[in-house]
Every structure is written in structure tokens, then in C-alpha cells.
Design a protein around this ligand. Structure first.
Ligand SMILES: N[C@@H](CCC(=O)N[C@@H](CS)C(=O)NCC(=O)O)C(=O)O
Length: 271
């Protein structure tokens, strides 16, 4: 049987959500994960599947049917492979889980806005906006699950949603010197438990820092920064072979300093 294909950009947090869910179900191999090179023009065949939109991930069910939106995909796979259940079975508990998941959009947006900002004068306000988001999560977890690590007794659907975002927000540590303030111990404990879970180990700190260099200088999704010929999202040279970029946002680095000079033909592609 042909496997469904999940098309996603490199280091995509939204596709990692699905990867974690499948991992928890022992079904990681049920889906083919296909990385799209966002530094090249989009393949017209893929554009046709997304009806002209460039946003990914999309799930191609290999029979002409397409699904998108990571939260929708999570619920699709939860229904398709009902055991073991990752979401809560009890209707009340599922509603509590969904209340926490409902906070993810603003949380994600605050972190990306912060890392992509080039305006030093706004740094404090953006850090405060990020902290306000963590405060909301801290308050919610202190209310619903004061004594545990996760929202419930195990890593569940809410953790699938947030863990990849906590992973991406390592870029705030490296480029903005920002971490969750110590006062918010409950959300720190949750974040640390999510990051440590064996099912959420697909992406390393090093991969995030090196790949998201261009985001920290204001260019997302493979866009090219002035004076640069290669994006930090380029497949080659592989991120492991590149040096660590300069920390912070003091001085922009060029392709050579980032180890992004075009390698010889025939080199290997992939994670
Ligand atoms: N709400 C979407 C977000 C998807 C999204 O923002 N994808 C980004 C990459 S991580 C993207 O495709 N950006 C490129 C674009 O929009 O053209 C989801 O949860 O799946």
C-alpha cells in the first residue's frame, strides 16, 4: 500500500508534531516525511496540491486527497490509529487538553515575532510579550495540573503540540539570550519534561540554531538576506558540517562565515 506523504519545510515544527504523535503510537513508518527545499522554486506539482499556497505541511494521502493544518493532522492520525490513545479519552479531560491547545497560536506567533525582529528598540516589549505568553501557560498548568510534570499523567496531545515549539524556541536562547523567567516554575517544569521525552528527540539544539540563523536576521522560509547567496535553510552543506553562527544579533555573518559556500556536486542530502 502506498504510504501517505507529509510534505514539509526543513526543521518544520508543525510536521514534528505529527512525527511525535506517530512515534507515541509506534506508527512512525506509516507516513513518509518529505522535506521540501524552500530555497528553490516550488515544484508546480506540489503547488497544485496546495492549490497555489506555499504553506506547509500538507498530508498527501496518495489518492488525490490532501489534508493540512498540523492540529487537524494530529486529530486525523489519532482517529486513524486509535490505540494507544494520545489525546484524553474522557470528554472533560479532552476539553481541558483542548483549552491548553487553544493557546498555541498566540504563543507560537510571539516567539517568531521576537526572533525575527530587527528593531533593538522593541526588544524589551517583545521579550515581555513572550513572557506574557509563558505566564498564561504557567497559570493554566498551575490551575489544572499543579503537581505533575505534564498536563495529565503522561505526555499527551497537548505535549505533541507544544514540544516542537519549545524546541524551536531554542533560537530565542541563542539569538536573544531569552529564557522563561524563573518565577514561572510550573511552565518551566512542563517545557523541560516535554524536551526530555524520548518521542520528541527528532531535532537538536544545534540544528535549530544553525537552520534558523536567517530567521534571527528577519528572513523566513528560505528567503535570501542582502549580500547572501545561500539560505541557512539550504540542504547543503549539511548543518552538521557548518560552524556555529555568531550568537546574538550584533553583526551579520556572510555565507562563508556560516559555512554555506556551495559544496561540490554529488554531496549527500538529508537530516
Ligand atoms: N497553521 C499551520 C502553520 C503552517 C506554517 O506556518 N508553515 C510554515 C513553515 S513552518 C510555512 O509553510 N511557511 C511558508 C509559507 O507560508 O509560504 C499548521 O499548523 O500546519
Amino acid at each position: 500500500m502506498t504510504r501517505p506523504v507529509l510534505h514539509h519545510i526543513p526543521v518544520c515544527p508543525f510536521s514534528q508534531r505529527v512525527e511525535i504523535l506517530l512515534e507515541l503510537k509506534g506508527r512512525r513508518d506509516a507516513v513518509e516525511f518529505s522535506v521540501v527545499d524552500v530555497t528553490r522554486p516550488r515544484d508546480p506539482a506540489l503547488l497544485a496540491k496546495t492549490r497555489g499556497a506555499t504553506a506547509l505541511p500538507i498530508l498527501d494521502l496518495a489518492d488525490g486527497r490532501i489534508l493540512k493544518e498540523s492540529l487537524v493532522l494530529l486529530r486525523y492520525f489519532e482517529d486513524l490509529f486509535p490505540t494507544p490513545m494520545v489525546a484524553r479519552a474522557d470528554p472533560y479531560e479532552r476539553a481541558v487538553e483542548n483549552m491548553l491547545i487553544a493557546l498555541e497560536g498566540d504563543f507560537v506567533a510571539a516567539g517568531y515575532r521576537f526572533v525575527m525582529s530587527q528593531d533593538k528598540g522593541r526588544r524589551e516589549a517583545l521579550a515581555e510579550a513572550m513572557t506574557a505568553q509563558y505566564q498564561k501557560l504557567d497559570d493554566f498548568l498551575s490551575w489544572q495540573a499543579p503537581g505533575s510534570e505534564y498536563l495529565f499523567d503522561r505526555f499527551g496531545l497537548a505535549e505533541c503540540v507544544y514540544a516542537p515549539i519549545f524546541v524551536r524556541f531554542w533560537f530565542l536562547d541563542y539569538y536573544e539570550g531569552y529564557d522563561i523567567p524563573e518565577d514561572f516554575a510550573r511552565v518551566r517544569r512542563w517545557r523541560d519534561a516535554c524536551l526530555a521525552h524520548p518521542a520528541a528527540q527528532q531535532v537538536s539544539y544545534e540544528e535549530v540554531v544553525k537552520s534558523y540563523y536567517d530567521y534571527a536576521w528577519g528572513a523566513g522560509n528560505g528567503d535570501l538576506l542582502p549580500g547572501r547567496a545561500r539560505s541557512s535553510f539550504a540542504f547543503l552543506p549539511h548543518w552538521r558540517e557548518r560552524p556555529w553562527p555568531p550568537r546574538g544579533k550584533e553583526k551579520a555573518a556572510g555565507d562563508a562565515e556560516l559555512g554555506l559556500v556551495q559544496p561540490c556536486a554529488g554531496a549527500q542530502i538529508g537530516r
